[in-house]
Structures are given as C-alpha cells and as structure tokens.
Design a protein around this ligand. Structure first.
Ligand SMILES: Nc1nc2c(ncn2[C@@H]2O[C@H](COP(=O)(O)OP(=O)(O)OP(=O)(O)O)[C@@H](O)[C@H]2O)c(=O)[nH]1
Length: 445
C-alpha cells in the first residue's frame, strides 16, 4: 500500500535532517516541507497537513535540538504524535454488549465494501462469542441481497432480506424485530451505497435509521477515495449519527491518506480495517501501532531477532527457513509477523501463510525460493555497501545504479509490495542497523 511509501518518505526526511551538521529553523522547515509534500501526495487532507506543520513548528524547540543528541528521535516522536492525534478523535467507539440486542447500521458510498465488511464484522464478533445476524436493507442494487445471502451462508450467519419488498426501512424494521425476538446480540443492517449528491437516497438512509434506531452507525470508507473523503464523510455525518469508521481495501495500492484523514470530518474513531476480500481479512485498528508500522518503526528486536540475525549475516539456509516458518506459524498469521519488520508493512503475506499451511511441496519450495532470492539480494547489497562505507559513502546515500540493479533483480510484485525504491532503501537501512547491533558492522563504524 502506498501508505508504506509515505512512511519511508517521512523517515528519509527525518534522517536527512538528523544528518545536518547544524539544525536551525531552515533545516527544520525543509524537513517539514518534505513531510508535508509526502502527506499531500498520500491524499491527506490539506487543512490537516497545514495543522500538522504548524503544530510541530510550535512544539519543537529548534534551539534545544541544535545542542541535543537525539534530534531524529525527538522529531520522529513529534511527527508520530501529530499523525496519531490526526487519527485519534479521542472518543471511545461503541462496544457491543452481551445478552442484549445491539443494532449496528452500516452506511457508505457505493462499492465502499459495506456488504463484505458487514459479514467480516459479524464473523469477527461471532468468534468472540456474540450471537450475530445480518439484515439486507439494500433494495437499490440488484443482487445486493444475493451477495449478502452468499457471504452470510458461507460464514454460517443467519440473514434476513426480501426479493419483493422495495422499501428498505420496512425490511430493516422487520429484520431487526425478528432477530431481536430471537435473542440475537449483534444485528447488522446493511444499507445501499449512496453519494452525497443523491438527496433521495440520503433521505432513505435516514428513514432506515429512524426505523431501526441503531445503537451504532458505522461509516465504511474505501481507502482509495482520496481528497473527496473529507466532504463525503461530512455529508454522511450530517444525516446519521456516525459513531465509528471502518476503512476498507488497505491491502491494495490506495494512497490511504484521504480516508484516514476523513476521521477528522466524522469525529469518529476508526475501529477496524479491511485488508482483503476474504472474511478473515479484517483487523482491529489501533492508532499507535498503525502509525509506527506506517513509519517503518517495526519491532524486530522483540519479535524475531534470530530470524533477522541469520538474514543479515547471510546464514540463511533452506533448513533455517523451514524452522523459522514453523516457529512463525505457531505465532499467528504470517502477515502479522512480517508486518512487524521495518519496511515490510506493505507486504502481502496472507497468501504465503495459507500456502505454508497447505504444505504442498512445490508451493513451499516456490515460496522459499522467493525468500531466498530476497535474502541473497539483500546480503549482496549490504556487503557492497560496506565497501562503499569504507570509501566514505553511506548506505543511506546508496547510488541510483545500485538501487536500480537491485530493483531489477527483485520480483516486481514483491518490489511493489515493499513500497518501491523508497521502501527498499528504508528496509536496507534498518537491516544495516540490525547488523551493526549484532557486531558484524565494518570496522571503525
Ligand atoms: N481487496 C479488498 N477488496 C475488498 C475489501 N472490502 C471489500 N472489497 C471488495 O470490494 C468490492 C465491493 O464490495 P461490496 O461489499 O460489494 O461493496 P458495497 O459497499 O456493499 O457496494 P454497494 O452495495 O454497491 O454500495 C467487492 O468486490 C469486495 O470483494 C478489502 O478490504 N480489500
């Protein structure tokens, strides 16, 4: 996802600033300009970027930075805090309660992923022990009921809908009443997608809301919506009481910044993110860990030091990989583990995890080859950079030819997932840091 690109661009700007011999107002301004440019290009709302810039300028004391040792850390923290406060409206989302009916209404633009997300939400809560049911109040899109029916059946969740009734408020009222009577705890009402220009549909959404009196309204937003996100989110908020937000399709190549900054328009917290088309591709959203993952501040040390050590030292054998995979599988979904690695936040390991579990020899070999290629390429480049380091050149200033050569060698899909050149550079820098920590760095460094 492009958000990983944003993270590495912010990290590059911070690093450049930390390397400056003297940090004065000009250097700070230059860094902020670069960060703001990156944020705008990721579709973060213009007003919010302006606010972030002003707030950092106000809160960071350039004089103390000039004499302090931890310039980069301090600024990184300031940027991190600002991004967190942008994503955190400081409000607790609605928490469904057991042993009572919680009616949750889903709203959003056409194609945002509401129907898919309704099932994901129901499935997640079902696994937490709630008795869940789905109501299809989308009479606008032909096939909407069939889609919900299909998803619900697959996830073994009861559903309600109609092929003949055309009034969505009527269906919603009937469905919720039926499930209330049957003692369901989470009753999810899926509504049709609409644009703010479609006044009649907005009216209809309000009628559905009046008919079911939801305990919570969830606004579902596609991460690729861009700068329009703010305006659309505000329009929904004006009509119904949006209590929380779910951002979908964060697995794709969307810039993401627009949807994230729309949180400010609704004043509602993001509770979950959609990361794929499958029912399990759904994660809880936690602001701090999301921002630090986005900025590439993963947690290698705490999670898989042995794995990283072997990779950076070049002792990466097929046997090692098999053992590592087995250990990793015990720890949870592979995507969760790999996302802890700086620079790997955008990699799609969902498929990989599924493939290992199947244990088909050919598929496992193909997967291992993919990793081996990456490990070898990284190792070679790190060695090359050690030489460059002796010649007074640093990894961070790796010449374009080296990067181009490396990009050429890598599987284009993997490269894309790594966030392109910027993501790759950042990952290499983090690996070099790890290597130094393990005492294998070039002499005198
Ligand atoms: N990659 C990816 N695709 C998703 C995600 N969520 C939904 N989709 C896909 O997005 C498309 C639209 O999703 P729907 O659930 O039909 O959207 P909707 O908001 O109900 O659509 P309307 O009823 O027309 O408003 C489908 O092809 C889904 O599979 C996600 O998190 N990642």
């Amino acid at each position: 996802m492009v958000l990983a690109d944003l993270g590495s661009r912010v990290a590059v700007a911070l690093r450049k600033m930390a390397q400056a011999p003297l940090v004065d107002k000009d250097v700070l301004n230059e860094m902020l300009t670069e960060i703001c440019k990156a944020l705008l290009q990721a579709d973060v709302n213009v007003a919010q970027v302006k606010h972030l810039r002003e707030s950092i300028k106000k809160n960071v004391d350039v004089e103390s930075l000039a004499s302090g040792m931890n310039k980069r850390k301090m600024l990184e923290q300031a940027v991190c805090n600002e991004l967190c406060s942008m994503l955190d409206p400081g409000k607790e989302p609605y928490a469904p309660k057991k042993k009572q009916a919680n009616v949750i209404m889903f709203v959003g633009l056409q194609g945002a992923g509401k129907t898919t997300t309704c099932t994901k939400y129901a499935y997640m809560h079902k696994r937490k022990g709630f008795k869940c049911a789905l109501v299809c109040a989308d009479t606008f899109r032909a096939g909407a009921f069939d889609q919900l029916k299909q998803n619900a059946t697959k996830a073994k969740i009861p559903f309600y809908g109609s092929y003949t009734e055309t009034d969505p408020a009527q269906i919603a009222a009937e469905g919720t009443a039926k499930f209330r009577e049957e003692g369901y705890e989470i009753i999810i009402v899926d509504t049709s997608g609409r644009h703010m220009q479609e006044a009649a549909l907005f009216e209809e959404m309000q009628q559905v809301s009046d008919a079911v009196a939801p305990d919570e309204v969830i606004f579902v937003m596609d991460s690729s919506i861009g700068q329009a996100a703010h305006e659309q989110a505000s329009a929904f908020k004006k009509k119904v009481a949006v209590g929380s937000v779910i951002i979908t399709k964060l697995d794709g190549h969307a810039k993401g910044g627009g949807a994230l900054s729309a949180v400010a328009a609704t004043g509602a917290p993001i509770t979950h993110i959609g990361t794929g088309e499958h029912v399990e591709d759904f994660e809880d959203f936690e602001v701090k860990s999301f921002v630090s993952r986005m900025l590439g501040k993963g947690n290698i040390a705490g999670l898989a030091p042995e794995m990283m050590k072997r990779l950076t030292q070049g002792n990466w054998t097929l046997r090692d990989m098999r053992e590592q995979f087995q250990a990793v599988l015990k720890m949870g979904p592979l995507s969760n583990i790999m996302n802890q690695f700086p620079g790997m936040g955008g990699l799609d390991f969902h498929e990989s995890g599924a493939r290992i579990k199947k244990h088909h020899p050919l598929e496992v070999v193909e997967l291992l080859d993919q990793f081996k290629l990456m490990a070898t390429t990284m190792q070679k480049t790190i060695k090359k950079n050690k030489k460059m380091g002796k010649a007074g050149q640093d990894l961070h200033n790796m010449d374009a030819a080296t990067v181009a050569q490396m990009m050429h060698k890598m599987n284009p899909q993997m490269l894309q997932h790594l966030g392109g050149q910027a993501g790759l550079e950042q990952m290499m820098a983090e690996m070099e840091k790890e290597e130094k920590k393990h005492g294998k760095g070039p002499k005198g460094k």
